[in-house]
Ligand binder design. Structure first.
Ligand code: NAP
Length: 320
């Protein structure tokens, strides 16, 4: 370990598992959960390492405010759609992320949303709490069973693959689409490759695991929801930009979608009013990676990546 030198700025907060490592190597300042863009701009000049989370846009202007000594944007997340990669590359700044350590937690959350949305647990619990439950009713809250259902996985990467394994273990047939074909997963688990349109038509559950960013913005809109149809359940734990929230709310209201389970929203932490009042949806506040193991692993990896780059070593998980 080198002597403590240089300034690292954690845009919001880093958990102790990573913060303690970072503090052994740098002078560290943290913006706090409520940091504003203006406060961040005042904090970053002189930083050699910047550690943002997904709620902090990192653009050319912020990089320039950091100054020419900035070596690394060590993202405290696997998704990096909030980081302008081109602006980083143009300035010779390394960008890293935290893949793998949050795969299990996020796949489990997608499974939880699949089961809770598919079985209308949100509406059932709200009814019970508000005194609307009048007793066992054979025709009420009827939902989906995974055994024999077709589950469409959009993006068979780390999280999508783990989720697919989980639903497959519960007896679902898995279809998938991704940028490239996954022949190993097809052979090992019997997953079926198809294009997005066919997947939407054939699946009772559609779970989104592709990355955010301009390339996937609006992937699931009105037309795609029509293809999923009134028996279908939509799950999104990737990024809110992939799904048109108003279109989902409308489809739920009008009975054109059976249920939805969402963890992420375009423009979060704002959640569209239409979704908040829509029936048959389970809405979570972006907690996909929120297990003790995952969040500690992310914090540690973000710190290790920042330290590696500044020490002239190859970081464990470089994006650019
Ligand atoms: P990953 O391993 O990179 O997987 C992404 C998958 O999406 C890959 O299979 C990729 O295909 C596929 N893909 C890319 N563009 C696509 C497109 N246009 N259509 C269909 N598939 C496409 O990433 P990961 O670690 O699984 O993470 C996935 C995403 O989950 C992250 O980007 C992040 O935004 C989100 N996430 C959310 C939370 C949360 O708290 N809710 C937590 C962790 C991650 P190829 O394999 O062919 O490249």
């Amino acid at each position: 370990m080198q002597n403590k030198s240089g300034k690292a700025v954690v845009a919001r907060v880093l958990l102790p598992a990573g913060l303690e490592l970072l503090e052994q190597r740098f002078e560290v300042s943290q913006g706090g959960l409520d940091v504003t863009r203006e406060q961040l701009e005042e904090m970053v000049p002189g930083a050699i390492a910047l550690v943002p989370d997904p709620s902090v846009p990192v653009d050319g202007e912020l990089l320039d405010l950091c100054g020419e000594q900035l070596e690394v944007v060590s993202n405290f997340a696997v998704g990096y759609d909030h980081v302008d990669l081109e602006a980083c590359s143009d300035r010779g700044i390394v960008v890293t992320n935290t893949p793998g350590v949050l795969t299990e937690a996020t796949a489990e959350l997608a499974l939880m949303l699949t089961l809770s949305a598919g079985r209308l647990a949100g509406d059932a619990e709200r009814d019970l709490r508000s005194g609307l439950w009048t007793g066992w009713n054979p025709g009420a809250y009827l939902g989906l069973e995974l055994r024999g259902a077709t589950v469409g996985v959009v993006g068979l990467g780390r999280i999508g693959l783990r989720y697919a394994e989980m639903v497959s273990a519960l007896g679902a047939e898995v279809l998938y689409t991704a940028s490239s074909r996954k022949v190993e997963a097809e052979k090992q688990f019997g997953f079926g490759w198809t294009d997005l349109e066919d997947l939407l038509r054939r699946s009772q559950v559609v779970s989104i695991h592709a990355p955010g960013g301009e390339g996937t913005r609006g992937m699931i809109g009105r037309r795609e929801l029509e293809l999923i149809g009134p028996e279908g359940v939509l799950i999104n734990t990737s990024r809110g930009t992939l799904v048109d929230s108003d279109a989902v709310a409308e489809a739920l209201e009008e009975g054109r979608l059976a249920a939805a389970g969402l963890d992420v929203y375009d423009g979060e932490p704002a959640v569209p009013e239409s979704l908040l009042s829509a029936p048959r949806c389970v809405l979570l506040p972006h907690i996909g990676s929120a297990s003790h193991i995952s969040r500690d692993g992310m914090a540690r990896l973000a710190a290790e990546n920042a330290i590696a780059v500044v020490d002239g070593l190859e970081p464990a998980s470089r994006v650019v």
